[in-house]
Design a protein around this ligand. Structure first.
Ligand code: SF4
Length: 325
């Protein structure tokens, strides 16, 4: 079991003076060995903040993040060094994440030097092979401006893999690439995941890319996870109205398919001063009076979903009265 967050962990307050925004609120999230989890949501929903908290780059205001059973807030310098070796990140923009003054060799050498790993040349070439930059001798002395967008992202992936990590956190790793390169990089990530027994947290606004890589999907809206389920279940039978809207927005390439593509009306509300109630209610086509109360996270046909549509209020009220009696 790698990451485990207890209730309320990512109760992260991001400064936005004079008011404050809860960028990620009351999120519970666990990643096991060889598992791949996706976090999907629109821009500004808190995905990147979640990633920063998992990496220990932002402190949450409540709860905790544990890695391999240990609370990361108790880590000393040595623990952090080990953590940085075992948990690697692939960033969104390969055009920014590589230093233009550093060759591929230098880029991959730095983490090996930091962690005192020997046989660097051999390890670098082996990793370039793994990310299909072949033959490695052709690429090892190139600089970023001598590489295509897809080759740059392969180098960024190689940098993440060169230390042989257990966990990869991928932050929209294909969103800056053209569509055909996206497909190639996704296929590469899926292959590496199997071959290297990687656990992956993949965050994106694009449900189709997340569903290609991930076993499970967490749907996030305005700082909260609103639905969690295995990927195929989410795609075929979404429960939460927001998940349904995301799936309806995916284009279908088959002209004979009769599903009408719909887009979600309105924009994400201002996250300042969010009070009680479902955060999706201003845009929800199925809104009810009770939605002014915050929905509990419940299990519904294998999904975990936070929506009043699936909560049996009469049953719970009757049970509560029974307890009082
Ligand atoms: Fe819509 Fe209400 Fe469910 Fe929120 S709780 S998603 S407003 S039906």
């Amino acid at each position: 079991k790698y990451f485990d967050q207890s209730q309320g962990i990512l109760d992260t307050l991001l400064g936005r003076t004079p008011e404050t925004v809860k960028a990620v609120d009351d999120v519970t999230f666990t990643l096991h060995e060889n598992e791949s989890k996706g976090v999907i949501g629109e821009s500004g929903c808190g995905k990147t903040t979640l990633l920063m908290v998992l990496l220990g780059l932002i402190d949450g205001t409540g709860g905790s993040v544990t890695f391999k059973g240990r609370d990361i807030s108790t880590f000393d310098k040595r623990d952090w060094k080990q953590f940085r070796r075992e948990v690697q990140v692939i960033f969104q923009n390969p055009f920014d994440s590589l230093d233009p003054k550093m060759s591929v060799r230098n880029t991959l050498e730095i983490p090996l030097d930091v962690h005192g790993i020997e046989n660097k040349e051999e390890r670098i070439k082996e990793t370039l092979e793994q990310v299909e930059l072949r033959p490695p001798e052709r690429y090892i002395d190139r600089f970023p401006d001598q590489l295509s967008g897809g080759e740059k992202q392969r180098v960024a992936i190689a940098r993440a893999l060169v230390l042989r990590p257990d966990v990869i956190l991928a932050d929209e790793p294909v969103s800056m690439l053209d569509v055909s390169t996206q497909a190639v990089i996704l296929k590469l990530l899926a292959r590496l995941k199997e071959e290297m027994d990687l656990s992956i947290i993949y965050i994106s606004h694009d449900l189709s890319t997340v569903s290609y890589i991930c076993d499970d999907i967490n749907v996030m809206y305005l700082g909260r996870i609103v639905e969690t389920a295995p990927t195929m279940d989410i795609l075929e039978n979404p429960k939460h109205p927001y998940s349904k809207a995301l799936i309806n927005a995916i284009p279908i390439p088959d002209p004979n398919h009769d599903r009408e593509r719909t887009t979600l009306e309105g924009s994400t509300p201002d996250p300042i001063g969010l009070g009680e109630g479902c955060r999706f209610r201003e845009r929800c086509p199925e809104r009810m009076d009770i939605c002014d109360r915050t929905p509990a996270f419940i299990q519904e046909e294998g999904h975990h979903v936070a929506c009043h549509l699936y909560y049996d209020h009469e049953e719970h009220e009757a049970a509560a009265k029974g307890v009082e009696a």
